[in-house]
Design a protein around this ligand. Structure first.
Ligand code: KIV
Ligand code: ZN
Length: 541
């Protein structure tokens, strides 16, 4: 059996379904480019029928990342679709510009989903699969089919559904443990049973798609692969619905590190893993837990004296992989105050960024300001500047000035000046429990929006007293939105993530908060209203 396992990345689809992970089209394009450089085989770029913005993002990824310019290898670009004609048309409209387009269509097959969600009997589901997979195949040659909640479906029914999907043109059969319910031996047995009992499956690729509700996603994925699956569906940092999906970096590094046991390989350039992880974390506002395998801040840190002693004598005493293998470099000192625009441009190209003239100029301005405050600028600093300066959501309100008074001698107070969508400067001062709270309250008063802060994370990007602070926030709006994964639309409150970086941590916090608010305002269309409070002052530009 072929020992190459295809990695199908769904960060931009299932990953983006995590609360707060909404990304702008510019951010999605940059993530897609990074995934292509990383070497994934398939990028699931989104769910085109979910909204016109989703369709547009998938369309641009298909055209700008999925088309080879100079004969370089490009990934398959895939769009998700319910087994509904209108959705399939939108998915095809979105992906057809890619050199290698794919439509991924799904319908639930577990008794509980069919009874309560679809309100369909088994024969009806079989009929939909027959008609809609055939319809999808009339649009696109490469069709992937998923029986949703396969982990809790009757295996005998699964064999029938998959057989029909194959007869109608599906060439990849993806088996999702949608609710992360199975144990590794059960999931492995499910995959083995499907391979043994589904007529025609030998001509297809079997794929696995696991969720992490019981912390089994990576173990289940590897069990499925060992049972014969040759495509694994994964996300960067394991982001995804609820407890998330299988983490790409874990599966790739398990196959790399335990090659002798597994005898399998992927096309991943492992040295890019840390960088892509950081990019996804910055853009989604979802920080990576420090002890996260492979990409957590502590994944290669050795604290205990005995461990440090062992490491000094031979790193293999406590290290099963080298940090450089996943792109964590301890000393990525690159640029300083005297570095020019050209040096910055070269470094950005080496780091895999494709900046146009305008963006390079903007970045260079920020770089100079930072270099005045900080002696050495590392790759991590540059990543932060790119996220903070270039890939912010469509900007409605920009931070134009911030001053705080805080400490033990009085009430923490912040004065904030924002530029509104019409270009007017608005100022407000608020008190709060601390300088960050005061700044957020002043921003709320100017923007005139209500949201709940659900997460605030701050940390230093590099070591040293002159380090930049980076802040990720997640806010929840009162807004409801239509969402995926059901055969009909549902409403639910939405979470928005924001990111900010600066050597001043209150400024970084205000930027992160404003970036999340901007995302919320764009998504809900609630902006341009006059601030309610009379205390918000307009100032001359
Ligand atoms: O978890 C799931 O079942 C899915 C399908 C759409 C493949 O994400
Ligand atoms: Zn999923």
């Amino acid at each position: 059996m072929d020992n190459h396992v295809r990695l199908f990345d769904t960060t931009l689809r299932d990953g983006e379904q995590s609360p707060g992970a909404t990304m702008t089209t510019a951010e999605k394009l940059e993530v897609a480019r990074a995934l292509a450089r990383l070497g994934v085989d398939v990028i699931e770029a989104g769910f085109p029928a979910a909204s016109p913005d989703d369709l547009e993002a998938v369309r641009r990824i298909a055209q700008e990342v999925g088309r080879s310019q100079n004969g370089e290898r490009v990934p398959v670009i895939c769009g998700l679709s319910r087994t509904v004609k209108g959705d399939l048309d939108k998915a095809w409209e979105a992906v057809q510009g890619a050199d290698k387009p794919r439509i991924h269509t799904f319908i639930a097959t577990s008794d509980i989903h069919m009874k309560y969600k679809l309100k369909m009997e088994r024969p009806e589901v079989l009929k939909v699969v027959r008609e809609m997979v055939a319809y999808a195949h009339s649009l696109c040659a490469d069709i992937e089919f998923s029986p949703e909640d396969a982990g809790r479906s009757d295996p005998e029914f699964l064999y029938q559904v998959l057989e029909v999907a194959i007869e109608c043109g599906a060439t990849t059969l993806n088996i999702p443990d949608t609710v992360g319910y199975l144990m590794p031996d059960e999931f492995g047995a499910l995959i083995a049973g499907i391979i043994k009992n589904t007529p025609g499956i030998d001509k297809c690729t079997v794929s696995v798609h696991c969720h992490n509700d019981l912390g089994m996603a990576t173990a289940n994925t590897l069990a499925g692969i060992r049972a014969g699956a040759r495509q694994a569906e994964v996300t960067i940092n394991g982001i995804g619905e609820r407890a998330g999906n299988t983490a790409l970096e874990e599966v790739a590094m398990a196959m790399f590190t335990r090659q002798q046991v597994l005898g399998l390989e992927t096309g991943i350039d492992t040295t890019q893993l840390a960088r892509v992880s950081k990019m996804v974390s910055n853009y989604t506002g979802i920080s990576v837990q420090p002890n996260k395998a492979i990409v957590g801040a502590n994944a290669f840190a050795h604290e205990a004296g005995i461990h440090q002693d062992g490491m000094l004598k031979n790193h293999m005493t406590y290290e099963i992989m080298r940090p450089e293998t996943v792109g964590v470099s301890q000393s990525s000192l690159v640029l300083g105050k005297h570095s020019g625009r050209h040096a910055l441009q070269e470094r950005m190209v080496t780091m895999g960024y494709n900046l146009d003239e305008n963006n390079l100029n903007k970045l260079f301005e920020r770089f100079k300001v930072l270099a005045d405050k900080k002696k050495t600028i590392t790759d991590a600093d540059l990543e932060a500047l790119v996220s903070d300066e270039l890939y912010q959501p469509k900007v409605l309100f920009t931070l134009d000035g911030l001053q705080v008074a805080c400490g033990t001698m009085g009430l923490p107070t912040a004065t904030v000046r924002l530029i509104d969508p019409k270009g007017e400067k608005l100022v407000h001062a608020s008190v709060g429990t601390g300088p960050v709270d005061a700044a957020f309250k002043a921003i709320d008063a100017i923007v005139s929006s209500s949201s709940t802060l659900v997460e605030f994370v701050i940390h230093a990007i590099t070591q040293g007293i002159d380090a930049q602070g980076e802040v990720t926030v997640r806010i929840q709006g009162a807004e409801s939105t239509s969402h995926l994964n059901a055969q009909k639309e549902t409403t639910q409150p939405h979470t928005y993530g924001g990111y900010g970086a600066d050597t001043d941590i209150v400024v970084a916090s205000a930027k992160a908060y404003l970036s999340a608010l901007n995302k919320m305002l764009v998504a809900t269309g609630h902006f341009g209203e006059e601030p309610e409070t009379a205390a918000v002052q307009k100032v001359a530009s």
